[in-house]
Design a protein around this ligand. Structure first.
Ligand code: ZN
Length: 69
C-alpha cells in the first residue's frame, strides 16, 4: 500500500503561535484507518501532530423504497 503524499493534504492548519500556515511533513497511516499527520511551522518551527480518520466508513446507499427480496 503506497504511502500517501503529505503534500496532497487538503487541510493545512495554522500555527497556534504565529498563525503561519503550517506544512505537512509526515503522514502515518494507522491500521485502524487513522492518519497521524505531522505539521510543521516553517516560521517558528512549531510541530503539531493530529490524528484524523483517513476515510469515513462506507455506508450503503439509501434506496428510495424498501428493498425487494
Ligand atoms: Zn509558527
Amino acid at each position: 500500500m503506497p504511502k500517501p503524499d503529505p503534500e496532497l493534504l487538503p487541510i493545512r492548519p495554522r500555527c497556534p503561535k504565529c498563525q503561519m500556515r503550517m506544512i505537512s511533513t509526515d503522514v502515518v497511516l494507522d491500521a485502524d484507518g487513522i492518519e497521524d499527520r505531522t505539521f510543521e511551522c516553517i516560521k517558528c518551527g512549531h510541530i503539531e501532530t493530529r490524528r484524523l480518520a483517513a476515510d469515513p466508513p462506507v455506508s450503503p446507499p439509501a434506496g428510495p423504497g424498501p428493498t425487494a427480496h
